[in-house]
Design a binder for this molecule. Structure first.
Ligand SMILES: [Zn+2]
Length: 212
């Protein structure tokens, strides 16, 4: 609040009354002028419904925001121990909006950023390719030459397709990998298995490889 006499902001509270004690009588700390003022409304917490999606799953939860805030799509929130990004906001009129005062939000839609990397794993058995979709930690490292196992079959990684290139040597983090190419190893192969991906498989398909 600003003193009407001198424009100074500092004040001393003399007394307060009214609803929520928001009607104030104050004394200017600069010039001593005494004036009435209405206290600004305090921000209060609002619990807002959120629907978080993670791959094809989604769940309902809620988040606590403040009444004096705005929320816009693209905002990152931390909910249920996950980093999520607001993808859509429904206001109290039932419209989808890009930004909205928190007091006017009906539902927030968000996607989890805390997801696993979903990558393809193709294992070539002399032309018959078994393809898996696997979900692993984003920081999981795959190197060319790695010997892995999936559903009891051993394979050696010979190629990695990342978002940007096809690799024939080196390593990559799962978060940038689109597909891992492996060659099936015979059951007699004595190579030590570095990782077993069986429990990370979300889908498996098998088909004859087509040569163009
Ligand atoms: Zn004053």
């Amino acid at each position: 609040m600003v003193c009407p006499a001198c424009g100074f902001y500092g004040y001393e509270l003399i007394k307060s009354k009214g609803k929520n004690n928001r009607e104030l009588l104050v004394k200017c700390e600069e010039c001593g002028h005494v004036y009435h003022e209405t206290a600004p409304e305090e921000a209060y917490e609002i619990t807002v419904r959120v629907i978080i999606s993670e791959f094809e799953h989604s769940w309902k939860t809620d988040v606590t925001l403040y009444s004096d805030e705005y929320l816009e799509t693209g905002t990152l929130l931390y909910i249920d121990d996950k980093d999520v990004e607001v993808t859509s906001i429904e206001n109290s009129s039932g419209n989808r909006v890009f930004e909205c005062p928190v007091v006017d939000i009906k539902t927030i839609w968000a996607k989890s950023l805390d997801t696993l990397a979903r990558i393809g794993l193709s294992i070539d058995n002399q032309g018959n390719v078994i393809s898996h979709k696997i979900e692993v930690e984003r920081e999981f490292i795959v190197s060319i030459g790695d010997v892995g196992e999936v559903n009891g079959l051993k394979f050696r990684v010979y190629g990695i397709k990342t978002l940007e290139r096809n690799m024939k040597k080196g390593f990559a983090y799962a978060k940038v990998i689109k597909r891992i190419y492996g060659k099936l190893l015979s059951s007699k192969d004595k190579s030590k298995v570095k990782y077993d991906l069986s429990e990370y498989v979300v889908k498996t398909t098998s088909k004859e490889k087509r040569y163009n």
